[in-house]
Design a protein around this ligand. Structure first.
Ligand SMILES: Cc1ncc(COP(=O)(O)O)c(C=O)c1O
Length: 396
């Protein structure tokens, strides 16, 4: 009955864990949910008010499919202000979340048989988007020993005549790794030499710590703009996941192709959300900084808490809101009916026995790790650490 392409994709395992956690919550269990990929803060007041005002003013109709001209101008201003990137509004598209921009960019660039390089561990949707487009995923390991970043040699070794695209998530979901300007410049050289396109997923750009200076890939060199699609949005920086508002900037031809796909699938992003995003991007950025600082405190807390548990270890993430912890020392251990031989075994053990939800590394294409989200309150994190500690201590 179903089209063949459906067999090429999988239901997001991060969503499966979250669904299982919600199921336990519905049954009355007090689950500490550290599996989520969204900030727990409310959307800033001025941004909410812009949305309310849009409704009150009956700004509730279709907009032009690529997004309101004033919003695209605000995005162009933002890219200039924050990223030193010069784009005209005609090189910008507004979409239903960064996810839709990523999807449309992949579908605009990838032909069946084209190879797409994805550093692993990866955000789960990338390989599924590529598979739906008929492309071939080429995973380049970003190992813990390399700070969860791809090396230049591993990148070079995975390039073939069929390589069309690299999808670079910086800062990284799920590891929190960030690429410095120098590291990006080295990647850029290889990319240009081999005539490869890049989708730069900058969605976590605002969440970087310890004074790290974020650089957007295309900003390193003017020529990179011809082969880069910058993707970003308001979900993570402004705690606006539910508003579904993202955007992309890139070569006109690619943006026009993305607009065509969007015009025949979802038309425009919500008119109300567009007004709210306009406020978010063009007003004070104080709330963004306040949330960033809070995430940094939480990161310090979870880093220390997890590294104090015998059998678990993690490096210090420098971006996003995830800790990617090594759990390999627990493999071969057991408690009751639970035998731990994989990250999934351990995740299920934590969920059932400690009522803590985290995501197994295997969901992101890397076995031996778990992703702990610290997009949760300090109290929740402390409780989560305590429960994980007790559960790990029960393993023999
Ligand atoms: C790496 C990455 N890119 C993109 C997205 C999608 O963000 P949006 O809510 O704007 O669609 C997410 C959301 O989890 C993400 O983690």
């Amino acid at each position: 009955m179903l089209a063949g392409r459906i067999s090429k994709i999988e239901t997001s395992q991060t969503m499966q864990v979250a669904a299982k956690a919600k199921e336990l919550q519905a049954k009355g269990f007090n689950v500490v949910d550290l599996s989520v990929g969204e900030p727990d803060f409310p959307t800033p007041e001025n941004v909410k008010n812009a949305g309310i005002k849009a409704i009150e003013n009956n700004f509730t109709k279709y907009t032009v499919n690529v997004g309101l001209p004033e919003l695209r101008q605000a995005i162009a201003n933002k890219l200039k202000r924050d990223n030193r990137l010069d784009y005209s509004p005609s090189q910008i598209i507004v979409s239903n979340g960064a996810k839709q921009s990523l999807f449309n960019a992949v579908f605009s660039l990838v032909n069946p048989g084209d190879e797409v390089i994805i550093p692993a561990p990866y955000w789960v949707s990338y390989p599924n988007m590529v598979a739906l487009a008929g492309g071939k995923n080429v995973f380049v390991p970003a190992k813990e020993s390399d700070g969860f970043k791809i090396t230049i040699d591993s990148l070079k070794n995975n390039i073939s005549a069929k390589t069309k695209l690299l999808i670079l998530c910086n800062p990284s979901n799920p590891t929190g790794a960030v690429y410095s300007k120098d590291e990006l410049a080295q990647i850029a050289d290889i990319i240009e030499e081999n005539n490869i396109f890049v989708i730069a997923d900058d969605i976590y750009e605002k969440l970087v710590y310890d004074g790290f200076e974020f650089a957007s890939f295309a900003s390193l060199k003017e020529s990179l703009k011809e082969r880069t699609i910058v993707v970003n949005g308001v979900s993570k920086a402004f705690s606006m996941t539910g508003w579904r508002l993202g955007y992309a900037a890139g070569p006109k031809e690619v943006i026009s192709a993305m607009a065509k796909i969007q015009s025949h699938s979802t038309s425009n992003a919500s008119s109300i959300s567009q007004k709210a995003a306009l406020e978010a991007l063009s007003s004070t950025q104080e709330e963004v900084e306040r949330m960033r600082k809070e995430f940094q405190n939480r990161r310090n807390l979870i880093f220390e808490g997890i590294n104090n548990i015998e059998g678990l270890s993690a490096g210090m993430p420098q971006g996003a809101f995830y800790l990617f912890a090594n759990v390999q020392k627990l493999f071969g251990k057991q408690s009751g009916n639970f035998q731990i031989n994989s990250s999934l075994d351990f995740s299920l053990y934590l969920l059932e026995e400690a009522k803590v939800a985290i995501v197994p590394g295997i969901a992101f294409g890397m076995e031996g790790y778990i992703r702990i989200s610290y997009a949760a309150s300090t109290e929740t994190l402390k409780e989560g650490i305590e429960r994980i500690k007790k559960a790990v201590e029960r393993l023999r």
